[in-house]
Design a binder for this molecule. Structure first.
Ligand SMILES: Nc1nc2c(ncn2[C@@H]2O[C@H](COP(=O)(O)OP(=O)(O)O)[C@@H](O)[C@H]2O)c(=O)[nH]1
Ligand SMILES: [Mg+2]
Length: 228
């Protein structure tokens, strides 16, 4: 990993997280791996994070290079459980991009994109771009060789049966039906895949800003024509 990291908490300024800092808020069901991927990325290595609590209302910054420019990202974790559905939106103001996570081996977390997460950001932050992230893809990879060769009895004893891994066609069918700007797969064990989330989020923000600029220019030229 290339960048310096620092803690950040409290108020954010009026333009996104402040100046050129891009605030990325990670949401998704409890247990999909949000805290693990953020804390692995921050520390530079994966720690089994089962007992580590999710930081609330506190983020940290990392910089990432996109289109030959360094962009500082403020990474903001949230708690996915329904008990926190009233507290969680306190993290949403000034968000530049939501990173909506589901686990590749957890169908409920995927179904909840539609029933919980898209409605939640639609309610609190309707004009903010978002991307989707499938987590724990190491589980999928560790199972791939098994499907291409006959299983022995011991190989059958995997904790995640192949049938519970979501397939890419189904994922893409849903994602292309939304306004999500990208889909990224990651594993907390593979920090390059985590950095790709940041790059994808920054690209989504830049795309969204270009779109807003084009709309504004079109509106300006329309008013100019009316005056003529
Ligand atoms: N195999 C695998 N397990 C993971 C990964 N990321 C997180 N986990 C495990 O998933 C569980 C829940 O992770 P956590 O980060 O607390 O989820 P959160 O509730 O979304 O923050 C923990 O036991 C983690 O060790 C991953 O990339 N691969
Ligand atoms: Mg957590």
């Amino acid at each position: 990993m290339r960048s310096k990291s620092s803690s950040f908490s409290g108020e954010v300024s009026s333009s996104g997280a402040g100046g050129d800092v891009r605030k990325l808020v990670f949401i998704g069901d409890a247990g999909v791996g949000k805290t693990s991927l953020l804390s692995s990325y921050r520390k530079g290595e994966f720690h089994d994070n089962e007992k580590e609590p999710t930081p609330v209302l506190e983020g940290f910054t990392k910089s990432v290079s996109v289109q030959e420019k360094d962009h500082v990202c403020l990474l903001w974790d949230t708690i996915g459980s329904t008990d926190f559905e009233r507290l969680r939106p306190l993290s949403y103001p000034k968000t530049d991009c939501f990173v909506i996570c589901f686990a590749i081996n957890d169908r409920t977390s995927f179904d909840n994109l539609k029933t919980i997460w898209i409605p939640e950001i639609g309610l609190h932050s309707p004009d903010v771009p978002y991307i989707f992230v499938a987590t724990k893809t190491d589980i999928k990879k560790s199972m791939e060789p098994l499907s291409s060769k006959p299983c022995t009895k011991s190989e059958d004893l995997t904790t995640t049966p192949p049938s519970t891994i979501l397939n890419i066609e189904e994922i893409m069918a849903y994602i292309t039906s939304t306004d999500g700007l990208d889909y990224v797969e990651c594993s907390s064990h593979d920090l390059v895949s985590v950095e790709n989330i940041l790059k994808s989020a920054v690209k989504a923000i830049l795309t969204h800003e270009e779109k807003l600029k084009a709309i504004e220019e079109a509106n300006n030229s329309k008013s100019f024509c009316v005056i003529c």
